[in-house]
Design a protein. Structure first.
Length: 165
């Protein structure tokens, strides 16, 4: 069965190594004391900065991580002949902590939405973080979610559902 080009696949070892070298060299050029450790998680390969300066990559809500992830994915995709690679660039487990914090925030806002019976609109979030919120509230009783807006202004609306009769 042919691979759907819209769905990422685990990158092959050569492609992961190319991305790892790119990130290691980038950290060095930036003067940071950090190196890349590679591990697989579910359907994606994680390239994680570890070391004294690793937390610096997560500054400004992970903007540098997002930019480096985009570039690392392009490096890996090129090494895989254009096939889209599922790589995640992280630093000192920042994305994992951010996902836990977003899940907790989503559940608190879901409870508030149900209690007040009012729509709550979250601050703009990047696609990966919106997905975390949608997934957290998909199993939360009494609410539904919807994304609205464009580009960097895309937000999630948490909408109370009418009580079953």
């Amino acid at each position: 069965m042919p691979h759907d080009p819209r769905r990422p696949v685990l990158a092959d070892p050569y492609a992961v190594d190319r991305a790892r070298v790119f990130l290691d060299e980038t950290a060095g050029r930036m003067g940071f004391d950090a190196r890349i450790v590679v591990h697989d998680r579910e359907t994606e390969t994680v390239l994680e900065f570890v070391g004294v300066d690793a937390p610096k990559f997560a500054a400004r809500k992970g903007a540098a991580l997002d930019a480096l992830q985009l570039l690392a994915c392009r490096v890996a995709s090129r090494a895989m002949g254009g096939e889209r690679a599922a790589l995640v660039v992280d630093a000192d487990s920042w994305r994992e902590r951010r996902e836990r914090a977003l899940t907790k925030q989503a559940e608190q806002l879901g409870a508030e939405c149900v209690k007040r019976a009012k729509v709550i609109v979250m601050e703009p979030l990047p696609p990966r973080e919106r997905r975390v919120v949608h997934m957290a509230l998909a199993r939360f009783p009494g609410v539904t979610t919807q994304s609205e807006g464009d580009g960097e202004e895309r937000r999630i609306k948490i909408i109370p559902m009418p009580a079953p009769r």
